[in-house]
Ligand binder design. Structure first.
Ligand SMILES: Cc1cc2nc3c(=O)[nH]c(=O)nc-3n(C[C@H](O)[C@H](O)[C@H](O)COP(=O)(O)OP(=O)(O)OC[C@H]3O[C@@H](n4cnc5c(N)ncnc54)[C@H](O)[C@@H]3O)c2cc1C
Length: 479
């Protein structure tokens, strides 16, 4: 059966992998030049514990489940998850009542080991918290990931199991005949399809409209962030939330996998036509600072590394919209995947295949006996014991040639990223962490460009930062 997955975000990538487990002939179509460059690229990166979502919703059902699935998934696909744990802090007894509500919700949602700590216990675990806090809800199962790592790993594994990946290809129409999906039409050609999975993130409503299928309207809700240098990593061990409001989880402090500290996000609703508005604003960033100072008054803003924004795919019904179409046979919506979409993604993939495709659509799943769930990530040599790294350098000197000094990334790693499909500077950055360190690419951009140009056999002037016309040299443009 031919299955076309539209969108190589974390959701589409994991669904594509799940489909290869059952022998579907899978094509993944992505309009960007790389995997995970939509909503998956810019967010808080938290694997939420699962106490926040309204029981009875799909978000609640799939969040705690997805959280638990990350253990096995990260081993199979060789990406990092750090179980930092999280605090929701309360400054008064009114907020304590909300923490108690969250514990009740968490217990209903199946979240283990939640407890409320008093001020002294919380401060002994997180000494840089505002000493005026009174309580903290501790959730030990919360953690952090780099979400694009998960998407890249899932696509690499899906393609190793037979899926085909089409990048730089935008879906422009969907052909439906006699009430069934027939073809997915792109700006490059056509893909025959018996099954179409709409995992197009912010653009999911537009894709559903192309097929004449049911959908919910999607508008972007912008979240602005500040990232602090990893010099401050020792100040924050866990993800810190304020007591949540009805609209959002609030402004957070998040220790990342590589030690930087993420502050944000804001929550600003934008009209549907602004789905590519990723600008940051003085107003948004000042709001982040103001709220962070209340949580952790001593965080040094003079260690700011960069700022960025992400866009949540919001819809009026608030819950994920994961359903087969009743109008168009073979069309499945997996849209409005707002937070906790990263956390839920592994559980969403299983739900789509086992509940929607097998149970609701009545398609028989036949196990692909040759499915191999294992994928090996790119080795970051600086993480190895020095003796082991030395042995590797003896066999391959490129494994000893540092390209990015901040994050100690070698030429071997950059070459490996290119072999696995990186074609742009961002493609290298998101696979290796080169250019993502303290100097923010000032020292290593040209070194990475030289390796890209040499390995791809192109001129430096052909190298792009990301998708579109983002050439870096020759006066062509434009960061
Ligand atoms: C500010 C913010 C903070 C968040 N924090 C968290 C968090 O801490 N924890 C958590 O669990 N979740 C969080 N989320 C939610 C999470 O990021 C999303 O739920 C998740 O990334 C959605 O993934 P996706 O694959 O559905 O969408 P995307 O990553 O957007 O993937 C969709 C893909 O479809 C492609 N596409 C679109 N249109 C077309 C077309 N016509 N043709 C071909 N391809 C197309 C896009 O380019 C994109 O790559 C946050 C989100 C935001 C914005």
């Amino acid at each position: 059966m031919k299955g076309v997955v539209i969108g190589a975000g974390i959701v589409g990538s994991l669904i594509a992998r799940e489909l290869t487990r059952y022998g579907f002939d899978v094509s993944i179509i992505e309009k960007e030049a790389d995997i995970g460059w939509g909503v998956t690229k810019a967010n808080s990166g938290i694997v939420h514990a699962g106490y926040d979502d309204e029981p009875g919703t799909l978000r609640a059902a799939l969040c705690a489940k997805g959280n638990a699935m990350y253990e096995k998934l990260s081993k199979e696909l060789d990406f990092k998850v750090k179980r930092t744990g999280s605090f929701v802090v309360a400054f008064n007894d009114e907020e304590l009542e909300i923490l108690k509500e969250l514990i009740k919700r968490g217990e209903t949602n199946g979240v283990p080991d939640l407890k409320i700590l008093d001020r002294d216990d919380a401060l002994s675990m997180e000494p840089h918290l505002n000493p005026e806090i009174k309580y903290a809800l501790y959730a030990p199962t919360a953690g952090v990931i780099f979400p694009w790592d998960v998407a890249i790993a899932a696509v690499e594994n899906a393609t190793a199991n037979g899926a085909k990946l089409f990048l730089n290809e935008k879906v422009v129409d969907i052909e439906v005949k006699d009430g069934r999906v027939k073809k997915v039409i792109t700006d490059k050609g056509e893909h025959e399809a018996d099954l179409v999975i709409n995992a197009a993130g912010l653009y999911g409503d537009e894709i559903a409209r192309m097929a004449g299928a049911e959908h919910v309207p999607i508008h972007p809700r912008k979240g602005e962030y500040i990232i602090l240098d990893n010099k401050v990593s020792k100040m924050v061990k866990r993800v810190i939330f304020p007591t949540p409001s009805k609209k959002s989880k609030g402004i957070l402090v998040v220790p990342t996998l590589t030690g930087e500290v993420l502050l944000g996000p804001t929550a600003q609703d934008l009209p549907p036509e602004m789905k590519d508005n990723l600008s940051t604003t003085a107003e948004g960033l000042n709001f982040v600072k103001e709220k962070v100072i209340k949580l952790m008054p001593n965080l040094p803003f003079n260690k700011t590394l960069k700022t960025f924004a992400g866009l949540r795919p919001e819809s009026p019904q608030k819950d994920f919209f994961i359903k087969k179409s009743d109008k168009v046979w073979g069309f499945v919506n997996v849209i409005a995947i707002r937070s906790p979409g990263l956390t839920a993604a592994p559980a969403i993939a299983k739900y789509v295949v086992e509940k929607v495709i097998e149970e609701d659509m009545g398609i028989t799943l036949e196990k692909n006996e040759s499915f191999n769930p294992i994928r090996k990530g790119i080795t970051h040599f600086a993480d190895l014991p020095p003796e082991e790294w030395n042995e590797i350098i003896k066999k391959d000197p490129k494994a000893g040639k540092i390209i990015c000094f901040c994050n100690k990334v070698t030429e071997r790693e950059v070459i490996e990223a290119i072999k696995r499909g990186a074609r742009t500077l961002d493609g290298i950055k998101f696979r290796t962490r080169a250019m993502a360190g303290r100097c923010q690419a000032n020292f290593c951009t040209t070194r990475v460009m030289r390796v890209l140009a040499r390995e791809l056999g192109v001129d430096m002037s052909e190298i792009m930062l990301k998708s579109g016309n983002s050439w870096v040299v020759d006066g062509k443009v434009r960061r």
